[in-house]
Design a protein around this ligand. Structure first.
Ligand code: ADP
Ligand code: MG
Length: 361
């Protein structure tokens, strides 16, 4: 893509320079175009779930970083600090999982407003380290400073992978089957339930909610997601997956990232998208159908990946809970076969910073 200023002039150039016009992914693309250069040791740089860096003849370092900003990514009126710590670790380890790698180390940077008590910070690290321990990952550094605004959290995760097995977003080919691990939509539905004023604050809710109830399960999946590290690793070691991404923005958006990077299109079949029984049982309390939360909700942190037809048998032999939801196609367009059997265009409607909720592509 040519430099933005070179392409447009006058009022149009000014308009496109607004973040809301460029959108999150347009801005990342512009940053990528202006990178200081390329290194032969950066096998994968900007554009995938994690950077893949050569540090030995066969060893690869995986590096990824994610920020969580108060009132953008979380709301302290319904998020406890233990869950926030857990989730901050999860979202980063999920990007290592999406490359088929093994997470090893994390660094955390905090911008702390004066109103946050020490106990809250300690609760954050209890949750953070609990998730790290499950995945044998260690906190090795970070940075701490005050914030005049909201609470700011930045986490960097480092992992490793072998050269042969790392899975990028770029390897999908026409005819490959599209699969997803676990179930989709729970996290988005859980967020809606948390935001729903009728439910009251999280503290009220934990008193009234039976932890085994469907609603509690959806909320749990939003507040304490589990990165699919072991499944990602099995997919990588078995050589089944031709491309992979984690579902952080929403199925429609994450599939569009995968298609863009692989230069393909996709056909999804709505009826095959897997939903949890908790989501199906909560239909009455939710404003939208399960498909909406799967396509647009995001933060499920499941793995979305493609498998060449000849490798589908090998995938089944892994006994990972996966569901086939469509096929990679030629061209760049995405389509969905809806419940009525009609083939309709599928737009990326998941989360995009800087865009309004109804204009998320
Ligand atoms: P994910 O949702 O998997 O965390 P993102 O959509 O945040 O991925 O980022 C996509 C790609 O863009 C990644 O390779 C990431 O490292 C890169 N990226 C995002 N923001 C920046 C930035 N400000 N500078 C450089 N690279 C960035
Ligand atoms: Mg990702």
């Amino acid at each position: 893509m040519p430099p933005l200023k070179g392409r447009l002039s006058g009022a149009k150039a000014k308009a496109i320079m607004k973040l809301s016009n460029l959108g999150e992914f347009g801005l990342i693309h512009a940053i990528q175009q202006r990178s200081s250069g390329r290194s032969p040791d950066a096998m994968i740089g900007i554009g995938d779930d994690a950077a893949v860096l050569k540090i030995g003849p066969a060893k690869l370092l995986l590096a990824t970083t994610d920020m969580l900003i108060e009132d953008v990514h979380f709301d302290l009126s319904y998020t406890d600090l233990y869950s926030l710590g857990w989730k901050s670790a999860s979202v980063n380890l999920s990007d290592i999982a999406a490359m088929g790698g093994v997470p090893r180390f994390c660094l955390t940077s905090l911008g702390l407003p004066a109103r946050i008590p020490v106990k809250a910070v300690m609760d954050f690290y209890r949750g953070f380290n609990a998730l790290l321990r499950i995945h044998k990952t260690v906190l090795v550094g970070g940075d701490t400073c005050s914030s005049k605004g909201g609470l700011v959290i930045s986490v960097t995760a480092l992992g490793e992978a072998k050269k042969r097995t790392v899975i990028s977003r770029t390897g999908a080919k026409r005819g490959d089957r599209i699969f997803v691990t676990g179930t989709l939509g729970d996290s988005g539905a859980g967020l809606e339930l948390l935001r729903n004023a009728d439910c009251g604050s999280r503290n009220d809710k934990s008193k009234i909610l039976n932890p085994k109830s469907a609603i509690a399960k959806l909320i749990e999946r939003h507040l304490r997601p589990m990165p699919r590290v072991e499944w990602g690793r099995q997919l990588a070691l078995s050589g089944c997956a031709s491309s992979m991404i984690d579902v952080s923005d929403g199925l429609s958006s994450d599939l569009s990232h995968l298609c863009e990077e692989s230069n393909t299109g996709a056909l999804l079949v709505a009826d095959t998208i897997p939903f949890s029984s908790a989501l199906l049982r909560s239909a009455y309390q939710l404003r939208k159908p399960p498909l909406h939360y799967a396509l647009s909700g995001g933060e499920d942190y499941e793995l979305l990946f493609t498998v060449p037809p000849a490798r589908v048998k090998a995938l089944e032999a892994l006994h990972i809970p996966v569901t086939g939801i469509g096929t990679i196609t030629a061209g760049n367009a995405m389509f969905l076969v809806n419940a009525a059997g009609e083939k309709v265009a599928l737009r990326p409607t998941g989360y995009n910073h800087f865009k309004k909720a109804n204009d998320r592509s």
